[in-house]
Write a new protein. Structure first.
Lengths: 88, 88
DNA sequence: AAAAAATCGGTTATATACAACCTGATTATA
DNA sequence: TATAATCAGGTTGTATATAACCGATTTTTT
C-alpha cells in the first residue's frame, strides 16, 4: 500500500474517533485494555481513534463494549457535532 | 457467489435490521424514499433490514439520515435487546 | 531514570461491504 | 383492477475493512 494522501471518509469517522479517544482519556481505561476487551490489536484501535479507518457495525459494538458504554451514549449529539465540524 | 447457507454475523446485524424495518413501518415513510434519501438502492437497503449484510458506520449515518432519526435513537437499548435475543 | 503507554506511519493477505443491477412472487393501496 | 410497494433471492466488479504484524519516536507514569 503506497502513501496515497489521505482517505476521503464521511466526516463521522473523524468525529467518532475523537470521541473514543476522549472516553478513554476521561476514564481510567488504557488503550491496551480497551483493545483487549474489544478483541482487537491496539494499533488497529488507534487507527479508528485517528480517523484513519472506517469501522463496521460489529466493530463499533466491540469497541463500545471495551469502553463499557452504549452505542447510544457514544453517539449522543454526534450528528450536530459532525455538522458543526463541516462548517469550520 | 454460491448459495452458501447464511453468513455468521454479530447478532447486532439482525437486531439493527429489524429496528430499521420497524421505524419505517411505524412512520409514514416508504422504503423507496428512505433508500433514496440514504442514497442507496432499495434492494440493498432491504438487505440490511433482513440482516443479510453488515454495514459500515457511514452507511449507518446515511440510513438514519434517510429515516430522520439519530443513531442514538435507533440504538437506544439495543445492547439489552441483543442480549435477550441470544438467550432465546 | 526506567518502564509503560501512546504516537505515527507503515505492510500484507484475506474477507467482505458497496453499488448497481436482475428475476419473479406476493401484498397493499389508489 | 391496475400499479405500486414489499418481499426473497440472486449476480458481478471494485473498494475497503480486518487482522496481525513491524520499527521508531514521544509522552506519561511510577
Amino acid at each position: 500500500m503506497k502513501k496515497d494522501k489521505k482517505k476521503d471518509y464521511h466526516p463521522i469517522v473523524e468525529v467518532l474517533g475523537k470521541r473514543i479517544k476522549d472516553v478513554i482519556k476521561a476514564s481510567s481505561l488504557v488503550q491496551k485494555n480497551v483493545a483487549h476487551d474489544a478483541d482487537m490489536d491496539v494499533e488497529n484501535l488507534r487507527k479508528y481513534m485517528r480517523g484513519d479507518q472506517e469501522m463496521k457495525i460489529s466493530t463499533l459494538m466491540r469497541i463500545t463494549s471495551g469502553l463499557n458504554i452504549t452505542v447510544s451514549e457514544l453517539f449522543e449529539g454526534i450528528e450536530e457535532e459532525v455538522k458543526r465540524n463541516k462548517l469550520k
